[in-house]
Design a protein around this ligand. Structure first.
Ligand code: COA
Length: 161
């Protein structure tokens, strides 16, 4: 996978998500067209670092407080990992933010001896599919009627680690 860490802007800081960031992360999910996970889900996720890794990408612009512009979440099973979501704020897309989050999550999967990463995505979400394809994922199957509101199949994508 090509390294995209040479972007000069934005100067992104990637760190483990904290409890204080839950509201901002949920706003980002909503803005990105995803159904935000519940605060109680995040409370569980953040208390189970052996199973989950939630990351945030932030920038500090001069004179402004630090702002979260991206988030990524993965779950680790024994030899597989699942990429649960990845979002970049509108206005910061196509700047390599998501790819930095993705690299960090996949590196963690390798570190935990996972051999493959799976994800589900709406077939109508062409931007995400192109992002995943550009980063080594390929389509491996379909789950019928997986999503609600609106109902849609899920495309299953995977990459080897
Ligand atoms: C999908 C998403 C996370 C990509 O985030 P991003 O920060 O813009 O992605 P990057 O800048 O890291 O993109 C890296 C590469 O992926 C590919 N890519 C990303 N978005 C793309 C798009 N809309 N169309 C085509 N290719 C795309 C490109 O190859 C890109 O490199 P390039 O800009 O040099 O051409 C973002 O569009 C988003 O937040 N979408 C809404 C939430 C969502 O649907 N998430 C996925 C399901 S959980």
């Amino acid at each position: 996978m090509a390294s995209r860490l040479n972007y000069s802007f934005p100067a992104v800081r990637i760190e483990n998500m904290s409890l204080q960031q839950i509201d901002e992360v949920r706003r980002l999910e909503q803005e990105g067209g995803l159904e935000p996970w519940l605060p109680e889900d995040y409370h569980i996720i953040l208390q189970e670092p052996n199973l989950w890794l939630a990351l945030t990408a932030s920038i500090a612009e001069e004179g402004s407080p630090e702002k979260i512009i991206g988030t990524g979440l993965a779950r680790f099973l024994t030899t597989e990992m699942e990429l649960c979501k990845i979002v970049t704020a509108v206005g910061f897309r196509r700047m390599g933010v998501a790819v930095q989050l993705l690299h960090r999550l996949l590196d963690e999967g390798r570190h935990r001896q996972c051999r493959a990463c799976f994800l589900e995505v709406r077939p109508s979400n062409l931007n995400a599919i192109r992002f995943y394809e550009a980063n080594g994922f390929r389509s491996v199957g379909m789950r019928p009627c997986y999503y609600a509101n609106p109902e849609e199949n899920a495309l299953i994508m995977a990459c080897e680690l």
